[in-house]
Ligand binder design. Structure first.
Ligand code: ADP
Ligand code: MG
Length: 489
């Protein structure tokens, strides 16, 4: 399919300006761009939801200046939206067989036929699920598999997935990628919408990047690199800036003394000074995440000790950690770091609620508002209204809220676990800037990450973990990604 010279405007916004796009059978193509760049609008034009103001669409050589959703489906186009458009109060079987039963104009439901149809649909992608389960009770990944199975029930030639990995775990992303590769083998084209660099590199053969409604680049993914991708996405050049500690405290603020947690890590020692950012890296099962969790008391250590300002402290729960001014930014902010349905404002002040309370335990509204405004400004959180729910924000802005929440309670030590996973490039750069600034203000930071450029550029000291032990302690200015990787492996 091909789209040529597409224009689309909404009241006050030119969403697409002269955009060209094309995809062949069996091609995996990534459509990238920051939030608001016009990706969803382009998808909706291809699938007949919106009519373009100018330009045309071609399917197998047949031109359309406008198409209806039915025409798009008849041309083999299927879109899987972020909400999957499924019925949570119906069973898997009903969700899958509903359309074909309706299309046949049947008045009486033939349950046996429905079961066969549903069974066929899920076997096409080797997906195993209880056909009688209510879809509302399934995981996000399972719902997505149902949406894919349903898309394949038609004579599908192109499947469009709008940011399909947003709410998936790493393992689920892997599974999805395997399915995408199988679909490719069957000659189905996949248009994959993403703003995540690693996904673009891993899965797609070709890419198209939009910025503010304009086509900025398209071509073969093999010719794309980190730097070009960032530039195309944002229009900003990011100079490599390496973290250099200023004002290192003479004595360490935090020390781990031969700490251990059987089955996860053993004999780990390090010391952190004020003004310093220590990087801890390693493979997924190296123990790095458990180490992070132990510092925050979620998985308390069973050997060794922690000391703060030279005194041994007991950290056996997050409450203990917070008492010692130690904060933690978790790996999965969606499930652990934020109250997504609650307002941005409430999320920011939640951890300092005691401090904002007046004698009777009632929150001081003036103080509360001052705090909220301060952090929204300080961390440049892009929201028209702090009373909006956290889930209305982009990944980068959500992560700023997690940071704001902690900074509001005057920390000395901040442990961050994969703080920029799933965050768009511009925000990633800004978050790194915030970390540098916090260090210069005298916090001690521990950055746990498997993103090696991130560790090299933003830490002064790097600890490499392998099979639960620290196998190398490196000075960032004296090492590089290759060296770190050789220790990791
Ligand atoms: P993306 O999917 O890349 O985040 P969108 O295509 O959703 O971007 O949006 C592109 C621009 O068009 C944004 O500025 C958005 O606010 C605007 N926009 C999208 N849909 C509508 C609509 N139905 N009405 C008004 N403005 C819209
Ligand atoms: Mg979108």
């Amino acid at each position: 399919m091909k789209a040529e010279g597409i224009y689309k405007s909404f009241v006050g916004v030119q969403a697409l300006k002269n955009v060209n796009f094309s995809i062949r059978s069996g091609e995996i193509h990534c459509l990238a761009g920051e939030n608001g760049s016009g990706k969803s609008t382009l998808i909706k034009i291809i699938s007949g939801v919106y009519t373009p103001d100018a330009g045309y669409i071609e399917f197998n050589g047949k031109q359309y200046t406008k198409i209806t959703p039915i025409e798009a489906i008849n041309n083999g186009i299927q879109v899987i939206y972020q909400d999957f458009s499924i019925f949570p109060n119906l069973t898997v079987m009903e969700n899958l067989a509903f359309n074909s039963e309706l299309a046949e104009g049947r008045k009486i439901v033939n349950w046996k036929r429905m079961r066969t149809i549903a069974e066929d649909a899920i076997t096409k992608i080797n997906f195993k699920v209880d056909l009688d389960a209510y879809v509302g009770n399934l995981s996000v990944a399972e719902k997505q598999m149902i949406a894919i199975s349903r898309a394949l029930m038609f004579n599908t030639k192109l499947i469009i997935m709008d940011e399909p990995t947003t709410a998936l775990t790493k393992k689920e992303v892997r599974n999805l990628f395997n399915i995408i590769l199988k679909l490719k083998e069957r000659g189905i084209a996949i248009l994959f919408v993403s703003h995540k660099l690693n996904e673009v590199f891993e899965i797609s053969e070709n890419f198209t990047i939009l910025r503010s409604g304009e086509l900025v680049a398209s071509g073969s993914t093999a010719e794309l690199n980190d730097k070009k991708f960032s530039y195309y996405m944002t229009g900003r050049e990011f100079n490599q800036r390496r973290f250099k500690p200023v004002n290192l405290s003479e004595k360490p603020i935090f020390e781990a003394n031969q700490i251990g947690l059987p089955g996860f890590f053993e004999d780990v020692s390090f010391s952190l000074h004020r003004g310093e950012i220590i990087g801890i890296t390693g493979l997924l099962d190296s123990g790095r995440t458990e180490l992070a969790l132990s510092m925050f008391g979620i998985k308390p250590i069973s050997h060794g000790s922690f000391s703060i300002n030279g005194k041994t402290v007991l950290i056996q729960s997050p409450r203990d950690a917070i008492k010692h001014n130690l904060g933690y930014v978790p790996e999965d902010r969606l499930t652990e770091g934020l109250f997504l349905p609650q307002s941005i404002a409430d999320n920011i002040v939640i951890s300092e609620i005691d401090r904002l309370a007046k004698k009777a335990g009632i929150v001081d509204q003036v103080k509360r508002k001052t705090e909220i405004d301060h952090w929204i400004k300080e961390l440049a959180i892009a929201t028209p209204d702090p009373n909006n729910a956290c889930q209305t924000l982009s990944g980068g802005n959500q992560q700023r809220i997690v940071l704001a929440k902690w900074l509001a309670c005057n920390l000395d030590i901040l442990v961050l676990n994969g703080p920029t996973v799933g965050v768009d490039i511009g925000s990633k750069h800004d978050i790194h800037g915030i970390l540098h600034e916090l260090a210069s203000k005298g916090l001690g930071l521990i950055l746990i990450s498997d993103d090696l450029p991130e560790v090299v550029e933003n830490c002064s000291k790097i600890l490499v973990m392998k099979a639960g032990r620290i196998v190398a302690e490196l000075k960032a200015e004296e090492t590089d990604e290759k060296t770190i990787l050789s220790y990791m492996l």
